[in-house]
Design a protein around this ligand. Structure first.
Ligand SMILES: Cc1cc2nc3c(=O)[nH]c(=O)nc-3n(C[C@H](O)[C@H](O)[C@H](O)COP(=O)(O)O)c2cc1C
Length: 307
């Protein structure tokens, strides 16, 4: 089975096409390890900041009919301890690791890059798009093509690793933002981050469910938005896309691939189907390939590009 799911991403052979997205498992080495052992072909760290962060007060995650609302607030151990966990993981596993980092300006992104350069990470992902720290940092950088260009360019000049820009769905024109990232030297894109922010209300308590009041949406409710943005971006750009947003079953992953994704992220579905979700979706992709006479992943057709 595994042979048929092999693919290439930025020059690396990847055994399985599913990616653990940033922030889904805890930051420890074991969170990455258990995902890789259960069928994730690439694993992503929690977004790391220069200093450790406690994140928001709880509740930070709430479930509703068609997804999750979260405002974790970038809780992470900081870049130094985070990279120690990643290095430990790489001592025992061949699975490629994407190191996700978050900052609000070029200087801090450059400092983070210098740390990551010394690590055993395989790719560097720039989280330009966290919607849950608005009170502290304002509008995400991914809302501005100029900011995206400036930061990606600065990081590209010093990064030892290929760069993935993680984009926000909460923009008017995704193509102009994606093109700015590509022009600045991004090697790939990861999209989408959570949608919104949105809000849920506890009607008995007459107050918002999340302590932070507002949070980003993920899971099945965002899949149509993700597919549309990935398709528009795939139509206009030449760099590969890690597509994510609501992928829960094999057919969702197939939709992502048809929309233009090279690899597919599975995040919120871990809460619904357990950590075995990666193996389950891998099997469901194979079933789809059997039913439709596709030998390999590359045989699955993409949609005709938008003109
Ligand atoms: C609890 C939670 C924490 C997240 N933390 C991060 C994060 O630290 N950095 C980041 O870039 N994305 C973060 N995300 C966004 C996911 O990586 C992903 O882009 C999004 O959830 C859409 O995929 P999904 O619907 O499969 O979950 C987080 C999502 C959730 C649900």
């Amino acid at each position: 089975m595994r042979k048929r799911l092999k693919t290439k991403f930025l020059g690396i052979e990847v055994n399985l096409p599913l990616v653990l997205p940033a922030g889904i498992m805890d930051m420890s080495f074991s969170g990455l390890d258990i995902s890789a052992k259960n069928g994730a072909g690439i694993v992503t760290s929690k977004s790391l900041t220069l200093e450790p962060r406690l994140g928001h007060k709880g509740p930070v995650v709430a479930e509703f009919e068609s997804g999750l609302l979260n405002a974790v607030g970038l809780c992470n151990p900081g870049i130094v301890d985070g990279l120690t966990e990643i290095n430990q993981f790489k001592e025992r596993s061949d699975t490629p690791v994407i190191v996700s980092v978050f900052a609000t300006n070029t200087d801090d992104f450059s400092k983070l890059t210098n740390h990551v350069n010394k690590s055993r990470g395989d790719f560097l992902e720039l989280n330009l798009s966290c919607p849950n720290v608005f009170d502290e940092f304002g509008i995400p950088l991914a809302a501005s093509k100029d900011e995206v260009f400036k930061i990606v360019k600065a990081v590209k000049e010093i990064s030892r690793l290929p760069i993935i820009a993680k984009l926000s769905p909460n923009v008017y024109d995704i193509v102009e933002i994606a093109l700015a990232a590509e022009k600045a030297g991004a090697d790939a894109l990861c999209m989408i981050n959570t949608v919104g922010p949105g809000m849920l209300i506890n009607t008995k308590m007459v107050k918002p469910v999340l302590f932070n009041k507002f949070g980003g949406l993920s899971g099945p409710c965002i899949k149509p938005i993700a597919l549309k943005l990935i398709y528009q971006t795939y139509s206009a750009l030449n760099i590969p896309i890690i597509g994510m947003g609501g992928v829960t079953i094999g057919e969702d992953a197939i939709e992502m691939i048809m929309a233009g994704a090279t690899l597919v992220g599975v995040g919120t579905a871990v809460y619904y189907r357990g950590i075995e979700v990666f193996d389950k979706i891998n099997r469901e992709i194979i079933e789809f390939m059997d039913e439709n006479n596709y030998d390999n992943l590359e045989d699955i057709p993409k949609l005709e590009k938008l003109k």
